[in-house]
Ligand binder design. Sequence first.
Ligand code: ATP
Ligand code: MG
Ligand code: MG
Length: 310
Amino acid sequence: MIITVTLNPALDKIIFINKLIKNHNNRSQKIVYDIGGKATHVSVVLSALGIENIATGILAGQNGEHVQKLLENKKVKCDYIWQKGNETRESLIIVPQEEEGSYMITQRGFGINKSTFDKIKQKLKALIKPDDIVVFSGGPPPKITVKMYRELLEIVKDKKAKLIVDVSRDYLKEAIDVKPYLIKPNETEFKEIIGKNINSEEEYINELKKLNEKGVSTVALSLGRKGSIISTKEKVLRIYPPKVREVNDTGCGDVFLGGAVAQISKNKGIKEIFNFATAISASKATKEGSSEFCLKQTYKLMKEVKIDLV
Ligand code: ATP
Ligand code: MG
Ligand code: MG
């Protein structure tokens, strides 16, 4: 089984406008609601591929119900812990049609109380079996300290399941210490944990290898439209994505991870894993929604992915 854990999900409100101008009535052209995340997006990818998975984490209030409904519409099986008297956060994503990229305005989310934390620990202990794949993605909500986060990751390790983590800053540093199977930092997240600026791909690769030596089996450093560098103890791959017309890059990392997890669950080799991940995330870049992609386009794009052995 694959279990995805989103400790601080969000309801994404995607607002399409022409151009964002200060001191001006920026009238929206269209508003779309989508699932925010981020491990939720991994579940969406898996369910779209017909791969059984369970989405867990913490939800609350009407926004929480909206998120669960959106997940269920996408055939994701949900098994969340609900905290009473709170509201799952809402993220605003502003997409100016005349520019590339998007603006994101997020909320911190509600603080988790002790009883909710105990419940999520129990839930993980009950759900996870040896050899399962468990994906922790997205930052934890307020009041989940680095130490508490580690406690959750250690449940996965104790159960002898494959731990996959996509998180940032101190939480990522702590996760590395737990020796996960795979991490997927983007360029910013990677520079933050390394604590210095990096100017060449050689420097990146040196730093990635250090993480492999520390016990992380696979480090997937994603570089947005520039592609990715995948580092394992055995080899390093430099992957160049196909050229596509980018509409909204929010969620590309999550869809990349979802694609990778799907291939990992089928015991595919490293090239196949990241060829697929690269193609599906390129497809996602051409779509408006945070977890939207086209499978037919993905299979076509797979032939245009360039993989170099470094
Ligand atoms: P997220 O918003 O999900 O957190 P991220 O910042 O973690 O995203 P990115 O590095 O931006 O992740 O993107 C992940 C992968 O998606 C890249 O490694 C690349 O393969 C693919 N990708 C992103 N943008 C584009 C693009 N414009 N064209 C083609 N592929 C893209
Ligand atoms: Mg990015
Ligand atoms: Mg990301």
